[in-house]
Design a protein around this ligand. Structure first.
Ligand code: LLP
Length: 421
């Protein structure tokens, strides 16, 4: 459930008509709902209520400072994957001991910054990284808390570009090698193993791959404990999917996911960490766009809108479906027209939907892309020198621009000419 609903014939974000935001901020833009962000965080928090746990929001999904502040104020931890994300978490007021540092290619600089600023744990992804972190920690005279991300070789049954738990993926250390790796960690004075980490992919719509992975993690917990390692924490990653197609998909709910975690891992006595991103931010955001032209092509009509693949890359990159709805509420049972919905960028891939049934639309009409809050703004670019689009946060009947649209001048001034020109 989210807070983007029709009311009096028009789409609202909480208590604000989105057309009013379009009038003041311009299109295209991203709009987030505070109430939806909060609700989604709480669903996870409550789903794990019976266990010692921390929900670490995977900020890669949507990392605007205002969104992070909403999360931080709820007591969320953060999952970060770069020095930049670490700095963002700190700037939003998240204490170091609630920041989990993930990522396959952490640099020495990133490790140093996190060790100095405070970190809950590093999720190690390879043996060379383990040796480097040991060196960095020793050079600072500290001991780094770590988990090893194990690759359980489980098929997450999701899009190939976002599956991470199969042996052919670049992520983690094969679970079968884990005992050796933990033995090596025990020899390294700069590292202390505190737990095990696993993340098998994103947009999972079935709990069975989770069950398979968690069961392997449980077995590994027992093996490692028997070998004398003090495993106190299990980081289960993120990945729970969201319903991108209303009425056509119903992924498992956080409460069902939580019940599975309790069932499989409840008796380990471990503290549970999870790293949801998409489920928290995805349906808490829309991308609002205006129709520029309706073009009658050969056998098809194109809706040419002012949003493009540089603003929302998911359809071009993953063939992702986003529900696209008119801002003026369509009549129930009214006439529908199939449109190819495209942006202005000079690539055929700049296509959001083909033959999508919509009520008849005209230039100037507004449309909203649902489920665009996660992996939307964060993956946008200025391709075609189209300025990064603004982000707006709504809370009740208030709204505020939380990232403004840069001017052409600001964009141009980011470039510098070499002296010889
Ligand atoms: N933890 C780790 C280690 C991850 O790699 C990810 C996502 C998450 C947590 C959060 O997963 P979530 O709960 O959001 O599924 N850009 C793609 C998704 C990439 C996901 C990358 N890793 C998309 O737009 O579908």
């Amino acid at each position: 459930m989210d807070h983007f609903l029709y009311r009096d014939g028009a789409l609202y974000a909480e208590d604000v008509p989105v057309a009013e935001i379009a009038a003041q901020v311009g299109t295209p833009c991203y709009i987030y709902s505070t109430a939806t962000l909060e609700r989604h965080f709480r669903l996870f928090d409550e789903a794990l209520a019976g266990m010692d746990h921390l929900v670490c929001y995977a900020m890669k999904a949507a990392s605007n400072q205002a969104i992070l502040k909403v999360m931080a104020d709820l007591g969320a931890g953060m999952d970060v994957v770069s020095g930049g994300e670490y700095a963002r978490a700190k700037a939003a007021g998240v204490p170091g001991d609630k920041i989990v540092f993930s990522g396959v290619g952490k640099t020495r600089e990133e490790m140093r910054a996190a060790l100095e600023g405070g970190v809950r744990q590093f999720n190690l992804e390879s043996e060379p990284e383990m040796e480097v972190l040991n060196e960095v920690a020793l050079s600072l005279g500290v001991v780094a808390p770590v988990t090893v991300r194990v690759n359980p070789d489980v098929d997450a049954k999701t899009h190939a570009k976002i599956a991470t738990g199969k042996s052919e993926n670049k992520f983690g250390i094969p679970i079968t090698r884990a005992p050796e790796v933990y033995a090596r960690i025990a020899e390294l004075p700069g590292l202390r193993a505190v737990g095990i980490d696993v993340h098998i992919g994103s947009q999972l719509t079935d709990l069975e791959p989770y069950r398979a992975a968690f069961t392997k993690v449980k077995e590994l917990t027992e093996t490692l404990r028997a070998a004398g390692h003090d495993i106190i924490r299990l980081d289960l990653g993120g990945g729970l999917g969201i319903p991108y197609e209303r009425g056509n998909s119903a992924p498992p709910l956080p409460v069902e996911y939580g019940a599975l975690v309790q069932e499989v891992l409840g008796d380990t006595g471990c503290e549970i960490e999870i790293e949801p991103g998409r489920l928290i931010a995805g349906n808490a955001g829309i991308m609002l766009s205006e129709v520029i032209y309706v073009k009658h092509g050969e056998g098809r009509d194109f809706l040419i809108i002012d949003g493009a693949m540089n603003d929302l890359i998911r359809p071009a990159m993953y063939d992702a479906h986003h529900d696209i709805v008119p801002v003026v509420e369509p009549e129930a049972g009214g006439e529908q027209t199939p449109y190819d919905i495209v942006g202005p960028v000079c690539e055929s891939g700049d296509t959001f939907a083909k033959g999508r049934n919509m009520p008849k639309l005209a230039a100037g009409d507004l449309v909203a892309f649902r489920s665009a809050g996660a992996y939307g703004a964060v993956m946008s670019s200025e391709y075609n020198t189209r300025p990064l689009i603004p982000e707006v946060l709504v809370k009740g009947d208030q709204f505020a621009v939380i990232r403004k649209r840069p001017s052409f001048e600001e964009i141009i001034n980011r470039d510098t000419l070499p002296e010889w020109m």
